[in-house]
Design a protein around this ligand. Structure first.
Ligand SMILES: [Fe+2]
Length: 146
């Protein structure tokens, strides 16, 4: 088994999902505007789903003999996601930021799904399930853009 190769694909996904969950929670707290209530709740659902996905990815890494690393310092150093602003963020900007972050992660996970076809179908299947969830979330946030 190509443990290092598969493990690094899972590790990169773990970093992205960890950052995404952190961003979603930050925006959950700081969103303002007319759509505060629905976005506040939607962002908590996103956080929970993404944290669960991160756990699944990390545990798959362990199962194949790879030690996952989602330390805050590692995530801060390795994440490809754009930083979100500090402080209050209005609802329109929140939707844009979340859709952009979901697009970034989904594009990267899609590439990994294709790569993993050659190395590990179980990890591939797992990432396909996560990708479906990310795309559903993208739809639900994007639908709020007029
Ligand atoms: Fe909360």
């Amino acid at each position: 088994m190509h443990t290092e190769r598969i493990g690094s694909e899972l590790q990169d996904t773990l970093v992205e999902l960890s950052d995404l969950a952190s961003q979603a929670k930050q925006l959950h707290w700081n969103v303002t505007g007319r759509h505060f209530r629905s976005l506040h709740e939607q962002l908590d659902e996103l956080t929970a789903e993404v944290r669960s996905a991160a756990d699944t990815v990390a545990e798959r890494a362990v199962a194949i003999g790879y030690a996952p690393d989602a330390r805050v310092g590692t995530v801060a150093k390795e994440s490809p996601l754009a930083e979100i602003p500090n402080g209050k963020v209005d609802d329109v900007a929140v939707v844009e930021l979340v859709v952009r972050a979901l697009d970034t992660v989904a594009a990267r996970v899609t590439r990994r799904v294709l790569d993993l076809a050659e190395f590990d179908l179980v990890s591939q299947d797992l990432l396909i399930g996560i990708l479906a969830g990310l795309e559903k979330q993208r739809w639900m946030f994007n639908a709020q853009q007029s």
